[in-house]
Design a protein around this ligand. Structure first.
Ligand code: G3H
Ligand code: 13P
Ligand code: ZN
Length: 309
């Protein structure tokens, strides 16, 4: 089947209370691992690309590799721009064949965020592409956007309703306590499920998106550290919390950090255990297997999107 938008998969997720994994891709191994895991689980999946990924891999390579994955599999796959920084980047992705874009106006004030989101929605919808917008600020680093933890602002449920009505966006990324990267919580992990519930009350039919949702898998951090890495004190969102998020109204769960850890852990392990290896297929193959395992676990045991294709 060809690339799809997120419309149908989100409708199903709202009706059946599960979430769809949105995984960041940067090269062939990520694309193969994610789509093979989703295909084997018969799950819909979202492949997402940041501006940094486009700079690294180049648009044509990413598109062609995603097209290849679509041909190799038999599940709904959406291609999404992650954290689109401006109208021009969104337009470039829409014109290149993406089926979904995010305009991240969270760095602007409310009115400016409404204005830029509306502009992207108008163009995207004229081309049959759907739009994710963001309201509220995540702590940590979002691509080009730096938000200090003190500035972190949760999404206001009433503002969220006004924002969606005025912009016409198709899905909304919210801030309820997650953050990007490997250091999400200083003490215990805590998500504001009360705010999520209020947002869902206001917007029962709008797909809700959770960014910064890696669990920072302890085994992968340990494998990195045991093989020469230095990632002390990393902490993410526990699986149970993400499962609860999927069951209580989150339709899209964004994961990048966990796949970076999976790749790095295996590359480090092979380098340490087999110092004579210099065939990249040996360490990239092991990395691809670990990414696939990580994605399969999330899809089946945490997001519950297996057999929903
Ligand atoms: O939320 C940001 C994603 O993890 C993408 O990160 O801009 O380094 O590709 P990146
Ligand atoms: P993580 O850093 O938690 O993987 O979040 C990724 C993300 O939100 C991409 O938009
Ligand atoms: Zn994000």
């Amino acid at each position: 089947m060809p690339l799809v938008t997120t419309k149908e998969m989100f409708e199903k997720s709202i009706k059946e209370h599960f979430a769809i994994g949105a995984f960041n891709i940067n090269n062939m191994e990520f694309i193969q691992a994610i789509t093979e895991a989703a295909d084997e689980a018969k799950s819909p999946v979202i492949l997402q690309v940041s501006s940094g990924a486009i700079k690294y891999a180049k648009m044509n390579y990413l598109i062609k590799m995603v097209e290849a994955a679509v041909k190799e599999t038999n599940i709904p796959i959406a291609l999404h721009l992650d954290h689109g920084p401006d109208f021009e980047t969104c337009k470039m992705c829409i014109d290149s064949g993406f089926t979904s874009v995010m305009i991240d106006g969270s760095k602007y004030d409310f009115e400016e965020n409404v204005a830029i989101t509306k502009k992207v929605v108008e163009y995207a919808h004229s081309k049959g592409v759907v739009v994710e917008a963001e309201l509220g600020k995540l702590a940590g680093v979002e691509d080009d956007v730096n938000v200090s933890e003190d500035d972190a602002r949760y999404t206001d449920p009433d503002q969220a309703k006004e924002f969606v009505e005025r912009t016409g966006c198709d899905s909304l990324a919210i801030a309820i306590g997650t953050s990007h990267g490997a250091y999400k919580f200083k003490g215990d992990a805590k998500l504001r499920f009360d705010i999520l519930a209020k947002i869902k009350e206001q917007l029962p039919d709008t797909p809700i998106v959770l960014h910064g949702a890696s669990s920072v898998v302890p085994e992968l951090v340990e494998m990195c550290n045991q093989n020469g890495g230095d990632i002390p004190g990393a902490k993410g969102c526990p699986d149970e919390m993400l499962k609860q998020a999927g069951e209580t109204g989150v339709s899209k769960i964004n994961v990048d950090t966990d796949l970076r850890l999976a790749m790095t852990a295996q590359v480090r392990r092979v380098f340490k255990e087999e110092p004579s290896v210099f065939d990249p297929r040996k360490y990239l193959g092991a990395a691809r297997d670990e990414i696939k395992k990580t994605v399969a676990h999330k899809i089946t045991d945490v997001f519950c999107s297996a057999n929903k294709a």
